[in-house]
Design a binder for this molecule. Structure first.
Ligand SMILES: C[S@@+](CC[C@H](N)C(=O)[O-])C[C@H]1O[C@@H](n2cnc3c(N)ncnc32)[C@H](O)[C@@H]1O
Length: 350
């Protein structure tokens, strides 16, 4: 229970209101390359930032002032110059950093734009499907997850699954279901050049982005991306089937789990990556927990509800519920194989 005074709580909510507005300035900073213009450049004037990012100087000034007020950019009032500290750069400007977070904010326009549909869904119990969102949801959410996948997937999560890396190194078959823009799919393909890697998603927009990302990574001829739903997985004999932050989005995860069972090779592995959130809400009071609870209320639950299946889990159903779904579908083995602050990695086997 909070011990804050009304004034303290009021200030905190005002602070959050400022953050909600600032989110748009972060999206602009990411899309216009404003943070990248500051990266490694030392102190810059308003005009220098404007020139480097190719934006109007008047807007450069206003954007920089918003960043300084948020302590997202360092300011020297004597010289009227702006600079990114190494810490700020690692989170807002360096796209290769494991803590890079600016790209997530580009998904906000997709989320905020569904407000009217959410009002309707909240009244009726209906849903707002993934495809009802602006395309920036695919790219923005994909970018949100990417640093975590880059830091963990090949180094920690795949080796934590029994025998999987050996099978992939020897040319195993992989299907990544609900692959979105394909970041995790491509990381697996890059790490295991002999593996046959397929990515499937029901969103045409996501598959378009995934193909584009494959081309950019030079993997277009090795990784097949196709539109398919989780309850109609194409092909079979897969050594590894992966669900990265997808299981809770499905209206019928049990049918999807049965599909996975049928599409796996003997002793193949189903890898399920889910938010590392807990069924008990009081266990989710943390920065990652706040993010997940918010996303569940405006994205994950409505996406699942739109599929009109027997489930609408939200993103914090918890390990026990997910394990029961896998077992009900016919998997006999289930375990938590790895985790990070943000993600829990489960291994299910026939
Ligand atoms: C949170 S995103 C995760 C995307 C990607 N796996 C990643 O981690 O970046 C969930 C994805 O599941 C896809 N999806 C939702 N329901 C689906 C279904 N029934 N069949 C296939 N894909 C689905 C959405 O289109 C979206 O790309």
């Amino acid at each position: 229970m909070t011990t804050e005074t009304i004034e303290q709580f009021h200030q905190r909510v005002i602070n959050d209101a400022g953050a909600a507005v600032r989110g748009l300035t972060v999206a602009l900073g990411e899309r216009l390359g404003l943070y990248r213009a500051l990266l490694g450049a030392g102190p810059l004037t308003i005009d220098q930032v404007a020139e480097r990012a190719d934006v109007h100087p008047r807007y450069s000034r206003e954007w920089l002032h918003a960043q300084v007020a948020a302590d997202y950019v360092a300011y020297d009032p004597e010289a009227d110059t702006f600079e990114l500290t190494a810490t700020q750069a690692a989170v807002l400007a360096d796209q290769d950093s494991p803590t890079y977070a600016a790209a997530f904010f580009t998904a906000l326009k997709a989320l905020y734009a569904t407000e009217d549909q959410l009002v309707e869904a909240y009244r009726t119990g209906g849903g707002v499907g993934w495809a009802a969102h602006h395309a920036s949801l695919d790219s923005g959410m994909g970018s949100y997850f990417l640093p975590g996948y880059r830091a963990n997937l090949v180094q920690r999560w795949l080796p934590a699954l029994d025998g999987v890396t050996d099978r992939l190194a020897a040319g195993g078959r992989v299907a990544d279901i609900g692959c979105g823009p394909g970041h995790a799919t491509l990381l697996i393909a890059q790490a295991f050049p002999n593996a046959v890697v397929h990515g499937y998603d029901y969103s045409e927009e996501a598959i378009g982005q995934a193909r584009e990302n494959a081309r950019a990574a030079g993997l277009a001829d090795r990784v097949l991306f196709e539109v398919a739903t989780a309850d109609g997985i194409p092909g079979g004999d897969y050594d590894l089937i992966t669900f990265f932050n997808v299981m809770h989005d499905l209206g019928d995860p049990e049918t999807a789990a049965r599909q996975v069972l049928g599409a796996l090779a003997p002793d193949g592995v189903w890898m399920i990556v889910e938010p590392n959130a807990h069924a008990a809400v009081s266990d989710n009071v943390s920065p990652a927990g706040r993010m997940f609870m918010g996303l569940s209320a405006v994205m994950c639950l409505p996406v699942a509800a739109a599929e009109q299946g027997p489930y609408a889990l939200g993103n914090h159903a918890g390990e026990e519920t997910l394990g029961v779904i896998a077992k009900d579908a016919g998997f006999t083995r289930w375990r938590r194989a790895a985790e990070s602050a943000v993600s829990a990695v489960y291994e299910a086997r026939p």
